[in-house]
Design a protein around this ligand. Structure first.
Ligand code: BDR
Ligand code: CA
Length: 311
């Protein structure tokens, strides 16, 4: 299986990403690192623990990460994820304490103690921890297998017309991560807005009939209302889980190679991800790609299977 560390800010769709990673035999989740984003890092860390409890996988360590972006102020997404960051469900008390080691040190240590090309880093929140890890130990850049992020979009934004939340929240960190030189896939809004939790999907989850399936439905009910009220959507997009689906089965998420950069200065464009998709662009040595087309049925089959497998 793919050995991954998930750096996240659960968050309804981050929670689905955790379930998908734990429920798929193609993935080995070595640890969850948390970052302030959808809510404060205290709430996010507890949410990560609660989701692992729900999945009965308390053996997966949770390492607490950055409380705030590198330069910017904290802006949580309470309108989308609620006061707790995971509104809509009862969150079980964690039975295992948070690991003593902090997120950035765990990221560095795990990559350096593994074989070169073994560890994949997945980022589904602001990229503060991954940027700090690359600065603390630059040797990880050549050593990781690849980095997959949910963030940005080559044609779409959500916080602003051109900026997506995870990138907008810490654009300097995103610029460090995107420019680092490792193999990187950006799973942006262009792709994740195709991953909609429709009534049909909920029906399939409901048929599983477990506590975890109930938990999933509670999360989606809140998430749907938030997306209807704040983003003009009928059904909520389960952004973050698309990164894991891409690793489980690359045919589910089509990608296209393109030079990629993050705008950190523009008055109107701060946090924009700029992909050079011009046909004549020289792609020699290009190590970045962007996700384009989702096989939505294939994606939901993976998610439903994972929830069923977790029991
Ligand atoms: C991203 O922002 C967060 O609200 C979600 O968890 C996702 O990672 C979507 O813009
Ligand atoms: Ca997230």
């Amino acid at each position: 299986p793919r050995r991954i560390i998930l750096d996240c800010d659960p968050g309804h769709d981050d929670a689905v990403a955790i379930m998908l990673a734990l429920g798929s035999p193609a993935i080995e989740l070595l640890g969850v690192t948390t970052v302030g984003g959808n809510q404060t890092v205290e709430k996010i860390t507890r949410n990560a623990q609660s989701v692992l409890e729900m999945c009965r996988r308390q053996d997966v360590p949770v390492h607490r990460g950055s409380a705030r972006p590198l330069l910017r102020e904290v802006h949580v997404a309470g309108d989308i994820h609620g006061e707790s960051g995971l509104d809509g469900v009862e969150l079980p008390e964690p039975t295992v304490p948070v690991a003593a080691q902090r997120a950035v040190e765990f990221l560095v240590q795990t990559v350096m103690e593994s074989e070169p090309g073994e560890i994949t880093l997945v980022g589904t929140g602001p990229l503060t921890n991954i940027a700090l890890a690359a600065r603390l130990e630059p040797a990880i850049i050549d050593r990781v297998r690849e980095v997959v992020i949910m963030g940005g979009g080559y044609h779409e934004g959500n916080v602003t017309p051109v900026a997506e939340f995870n990138i907008w929240a810490d654009p300097e960190a995103a610029a460090i991560v995107v420019d680092a030189g490792w193999e990187l896939t950006m799973v942006g809004l262009d792709l994740t807005h195709q991953a909609l939790a429709t009534a049909d999907v909920e029906q399939r989850i409901a048929e599983i009939g477990t506590d975890l399936a109930e938990f999933f439905l509670g999360l989606m009910a809140f998430f749907r209302r938030a997306y209807q009220e704040n983003q003009g959507f009928d059904d909520p997009p389960v952004h973050d889980a698309c990164t894991i689906a891409h690793l489980i089965d690359p045919s589910v998420v089509q990608t296209r190679r393109a030079p990629l950069h993050v705008e950190i200065r523009g008055d109107l464009t701060r946090g924009m991800t700029v992909a050079d998709l011009r046909p004549g662009t020289d792609l020699e040595g290009c190590r970045t790609q962007v996700a384009t087309v989702l096989d939505a049925e294939g994606f939901w089959r993976l998610v439903v299977d994972a929830v069923r497998t977790l029991g």
